[in-house]
Design a protein around this ligand. Sequence first.
Ligand code: HPA
Length: 265
Amino acid sequence: MLERSLDYLRQKIGNFEPDTAIVLGSGLGLLSAAIENPIVIQYTDIPDFPHTTVVGHPGCFYIGQLGNHKVICLQGRFHLYEGIAPKVIAGVTDILYKLGVRQMIITNAAGSLDVNMPAGSLMLIKDHINFSGQNPLIGFQETPRFPDMSETYSREMRRKMCKVSEKTNIKLYEGVYIMVLGPNYETPSEVRLFRQFGADAVGMSTVPEAISAVYLGIKVLGISVISNLGAGLTDTVQTHEDVIITVAESIEKMGILIQKFLEEE
Ligand code: HPA
């Protein structure tokens, strides 16, 4: 699967073996600037590799040293609502695994389902609900046939991130992320329903990456930047442009959290 992509990346990065992947969501690309002398590879230059189509997602890898880790940053991720097949996302995760990645930090922009977690908050994902109706492992997996998801978001990585949050005084909420397929935002009734499900934030990504990573044995940490309150929780109407602007104000803090996380042993 995506073998030509893997060969191309191997040839580009030589003997550099990334241990950590960072998936940067909607407008969250700034962190890649913290990598010194990165190798930058455009998705469009990689044979057979999928391309992103969303505004604010340039679509390239930034590869290099960050803190104590060798990282591969995905600046621009793949969404099911772009028409990208779930198994293609699993294929990208598989490439990362084959390059050496054993932990993955996934970021996203999400809508809050809780009026007490306002726009601009950062939420550590403690678990997710896959409400997308899709699964990246369909047509992909051999064994195990029914992978365990009882600790999708690594307890150890979460504990470490909570310590970083305390040390840096950057507030981190903790909550459950529910994934919808999109691309439309939710109706107020859906927002009420998801709240009753036990979710704290809603978004259109992350779950396919997380499921495929856990399946392969990659540990996962997820952080949502809350860009808005869910529909019906406030009177204002949300546009993609609003999302990008609000998110920009919180990216810096999230970048600090991730950098400090990677500096910890
Ligand atoms: N819903 C779904 N996805 C999102 C939202 C939202 O309110 N905000 C940012 N991504």
